[in-house]
Design a protein around this ligand. Structure first.
Ligand SMILES: *Cc1c(COP(=O)(O)O)cnc(C)c1O
Length: 227
């Protein structure tokens, strides 16, 4: 992996733009979330200076420390990691989006703890599309009931679905997995969802061809995660 963060970020933007065109989608229809977990705050600043404004974090304590240091930056923070119930209050107070909700209890707590003077917290439900138990996510069979219940919570705004399929270099398999998430979303047409959060460093093109609206990219921007 060579180049500066600025160069690698520009390369990721080019990949996104090329995939949008291949898919016959509008330029700018896919948003990039820069996944900065385990990266130092200087790395986020380098990306911010190039115009990157949305960042994804997995570990709450690490994220809060970065948010404190970047308090005067105009950043949209996305929480994308596993959520324990004792962390929901801080998440509800410090993030604009949460992509990793897979249980009603967590959603209820986020809704109760979202400050009244904040806009509703944007939520994606994490779906286990390739049957990988270790990665978390609601089973496809249980998705409709969860989505219905979450959509009724007052301080949340249900935006769409997220998945982390099992990694594979087989592009057809990547597309099959992402298509499964899109189809799951299509089954929920009554809920007017506008977000498909899928695609990472290795498979963002396949995700965009299958309808991703937000890709979450770490390594391709920041290089390998330290430690
Ligand atoms: C780490 C992570 C990413 C980014 O993965 P890369 O392969 O580094 O691009 C995306 N989404 C989630 C949920 C992650 O944990």
């Amino acid at each position: 992996m060579t180049g500066s963060i600025a160069e690698r970020l520009a390369a990721v933007w080019r990949r996104i733009r090329a995939a949008e065109r291949t898919a016959g989608r509008e330029d700018g229809s896919v948003r990039l979330i820069a996944v900065s977990k385990s990266q130092p705050v200087e790395a986020l600043i380098a990306a911010y200076r190039q115009g990157q404004r949305e960042f994804g974090e997995n570990y709450l304590q690490e994220a809060l420390a970065k948010q404190d240091r970047l308090a005067h930056f105009d950043i949209g923070w996305h929480f994308i990691g596993p959520i324990q119930s004792n962390k929901t209050k801080a998440i509800a107070n410090r993030f604009a989006w949460v992509h990793s909700v897979d249980r009603l209890k967590i959603a209820e707590r986020l809704s109760e703890q979202r400050p009244l003077d904040f806009p509703p917290l944007n939520i994606c439900l994490q779906v286990n599309i390739s049957g990988e138990s270790s990665k978390g996510g609601v089973a496809v069979d249980d998705l409709a009931a969860l989505a219905e219940a979450v959509s009724k919570l007052p301080r949340l705004r249900l935006r769409g679905l997220m998945a982390i399929p099992a990694p594979t270099e087989d592009v057809e398999q990547q597309r099959t997995n992402f298509r499964a998430l899109r189809r799951a979303q299509e089954q929920l047409s009554n809920l007017e969802l506008d977000t498909l959060s899928m695609g990472m460093s290795e498979d963002l093109e396949a995700a965009i061809l299958e309808g991703a609206t937000r890709v979450r990219v770490g390594t391709a921007i920041f290089g390998p995660r330290p430690g």
